[in-house]
Structures are given as C-alpha cells and as structure tokens.
Design a protein around this ligand. Sequence first.
Ligand code: DC
Length: 234
Amino acid sequence: MPLVVTIDGPSGAGKSTMAKRLAKALGWRYLDTGALYRALALMAFEAGISAEDGDALGRLAQSVAIRQDQAGRTWVGDRDVSDAIRTSHIGAMASPVSAHPPVRVALVDLQRRVAADGDLVCEGRDMGSVIFPNADLKVYLDALGAVRADRRYQELVARGEVVPLDTVRLQLDERDARDQGRAYAPLKRLPDQVYLDTSDLSQNQVLDALLGLVEDCRRRVASLQKNKNQGGSK
Ligand code: DC
C-alpha cells in the first residue's frame, strides 16, 4: 500500500515549499492542491465567470482537464499555467472559488487518483480531513500571521509583483478566515494531526522534522503490518 503524508495549514505556512522538498528527499510523488483551485480560478477569470457562481464553477471544474506533472508544474489541457496562477489576484480569487461544494466534488477524484500511483506527499486545506482521512501521517503546518505574510510578500517580490506588505497581510487574513469559516471542507486542526509551528525554523529544520516524522510513521506502519502478518499466519 502506498504511504500518504498530508500537510494542511493556512496560507504562507510553507506548505508548498516543504511538501515539495519532502517529496524530493523521499523520492515520492507530490501534489499541490492549492494549485488546482488556482488553475480553476484562472480559467474562471479568463472566461468571465464570477467567483460567486458555484454552479457555473462546478461545470467548469468538470469540463477542464487540470493536472500536475511530477516536476510540480500545473497544466490545463496542454497549457502550462504554473506561473499565471501565482499572482496575488488569482490567489485571492482561488479562495472563494474553492468554497463551492460542486467545485470541490469535481476535484476529489483527481486528487485521490494520484495516491494510487505510489507514495505521496500532498498539501492543501482538507487533505487530512476530507481527501485522505486515513493518511499514514497528517501534519498541520503553521506560523505566526506576521511571519506568513512576510513569506508571501517575499514570494511575490521575487516574482516581480509589487504589493505593500500591509495589503499582503490583510489579504492573507481575509483568505484564512474564509478558508476556515466555510461550511464545506474548511481548514481546521484535527486531533490526529502533528502540529508544527515553523515561525522560528529554517526550511532545513522543518525538513528534518518532517523526515523524522515520516521515519517514525514508516516504522509504525511496518510494525502494524508485521503484527497483521503474524496474526494471519497463526
Ligand atoms: O495553498 P494556496 O494558497 O495555493 O491555495 C489557494 C486557495 O485554494 C486557498 O485560499 C484555499 C484553496 N484551497 C482549498 O480550499 N483546499 C485545498 N486543499 C487547497 C487550497
């Protein structure tokens, strides 16, 4: 059985960066589910569909072929949208777009199918709660609001987008409130998640912590398997 590690948490906690690095270090597959919602938001924006029109967005989600390749790039059909989905505008629009149940339902299979192909690190908001409730390891990655806003700000600056830090913080708070407050598949901390606050940690420290958790998880799964085999052979 492939192992599944879920990483959930608020915007700017470092989920994408760390999930990508963890998957690379382990040689596992990687799924950035925020990119799927961003890709849909981009398609909606270009088609003139409102972020409030759940039915039209659900139909759009059913009709477009969104996928992610193993280099971590996001595609809609044969168009690479990886860069276009990273603007602050599309990020802000992805939040209301992702709140509609028809949209989420349309993207469930796509997300679960990836785990059939091998060990997986995935990240988003509802990975541990809805998409992979039986995941082998569930992590909730967090950081102080100011730290998360600064990280997102640096990311945008590196992409050449100039947005004042205050605005980034405001948008981030607004987005997290919406992602946590929605009725369907909200972001929430679960009792079976390992909580990791990355505010004072470097990326290498976070990676080490995650690798340690995966190692523990592998041991636990192997020992459960051994007990099961022994039980079965009696
Ligand atoms: O992680 P991100 O910033 O790329 O995500 C963009 C938006 O997509 C985020 O505001 C909430 C939504 N999202 C979601 O609802 N569920 C997920 N599993 C991942 C992202």
